[in-house]
Structures are given as C-alpha cells and as structure tokens.
Design a protein around this ligand. Sequence first.
Ligand code: UDP
Length: 244
Amino acid sequence: MTAPRPELKYKRLLLKLSGEALMGKQSYGIDMSVADRLANDIAETAAAGAEIAIVVGGGNIFRGLTGAAKGMDRATADYMGMLATVMNALAFQNALDHRGVPARVLSAIPMQTICESYVRPKALSYIGKGHVVIFAAGTGNPFFTTDTAAVLRGIEMNCDAVVKATQVDGVYSADPKKDSKAKRFDRLSYSQVLANDLKVMDGAAIALARDNGLPLIVVSIEEPGNLLKVVLGQARQTIIEGTG
Ligand code: UDP
C-alpha cells in the first residue's frame, strides 16, 4: 500500500531559478551537479503531488545589461540573454530527465528544432498531466527580465505562488552576507518591497504580482528538501503578499 499524500499548502508553483543558481561555485556556466541536486528537490516535490513550472534565468551565461555596458545595442544584447536562458532550460530538462521526471521546454522565442514554442493551452495541459514545464527565453521581449517572465507565467498558469529560489532564507533589510545587523522579514507587502527598494525581484515583476494578487515566496535552495517544505507550508521563508 502506498503512503497517503500529504496535504499541500501550495498545489501549483512557479519556481524561478536564476542562472546563478545553476552556476554553483563556478564563475560562469552550468554546474551539472547543482542542476542534479535541484532536480532531486523538484522530483520529491512533484512526487508529493505538487505541480511545478519553472522559469530559468540566463545570468550565468549572458546578461543584456552587461552587453549594453560594453557598447552593444541593448535589444540585441537582450536577445542574446534570452538565448542563454534556453541553454539553461535544456540543461535543466536533461537533469530532470535523469531523475525520471517528465519535463518539457517551451520557448517564448520559437526554435522548432530545439524545443516547443510557448502556447498557453499546451503548457496548461502539460502541467495538468504532471509534467514539469520549463519556460525558456523569458517573456520573448527585450527590456524585460526572467523575474518578470516568472510572474507573468505564474499568472498565466494559475499558480498559487511564485517561488524565488535564492542563496539566503528570505528577504533581508540589507545583504546578510555583508551586514550582520540585517533584519530578516517573515512577511512583506508588495508596497513595502517597492517603497524600500528591497532586492527581491525587479520592480516590474513585483508590480505585476501585486496587480494580480500572486504571492511571492523567497526561500533558500542551498538547503536540500526546501522546495518540498514550501509546498507543505513548513519552510523558513519570506512571503510577499497583500497590502500594508
Ligand atoms: N531577457 C530579456 N527578456 C526577458 C527575459 C530575459 O531580454 O523577458 C534577457 C536579459 O538580457 C537578461 C537575460 O535575458 O539579462 C538573462 O535573464 P536574467 O538576467 O533575468 O537572468 P537571471 O538573473 O535570473 O540569471
């Protein structure tokens, strides 16, 4: 007899993984051992009955702003950044595949011989069937970030929350790695994040989440098993929601 599935606080999640999360301790690129560890977390969370969609960043390979600072046209540099997210998405799909977790990459920029294009009903159908869906190429538009893409897809996919995976256990008043007096928050409103310019996600992403009432959860993924704790409502985290 199989054990009964636990009661989930969040059934459907959009997980935002930055490129840096996939980089591990390297200074560039993808550390597949880190991708494998994260894939493990996702596999155990999916096995508990959660539905998971992922937006991956590209900062471990290329960022549009870095290209623009070196004299490139910003829009061109941003397209390069979006291509970097596709590389990460394929690497992560591979890691999930090795764990036996069915995963699909859907790109906002069509590239039909590499992966499927993003079409909302198709993505909803995959998620409903228990596939992990990895959204690549951000929003498909320059001048945006994958944080905004995460909130956008989170809303489109009717997710219960966006989980921003970071290296620390929530949002702090200052960088806790540099300032020992930095205060950690359990809960914040969207306006508190925007008014105090807290470094969580860019302003466009926070405003979009606020306007659509989508909770944002900031949690560490350094600790294995934390994603499962999030869906069970047991993680040490910061939740951003509501007014105040
Ligand atoms: N990007 C973009 N539009 C989007 C999402 C991303 O132009 O909708 C580009 C942008 O240049 C960005 C890069 O892709 O710098 C990589 O994404 P991001 O910086 O959000 O990655 P992360 O910091 O999460 O690794």
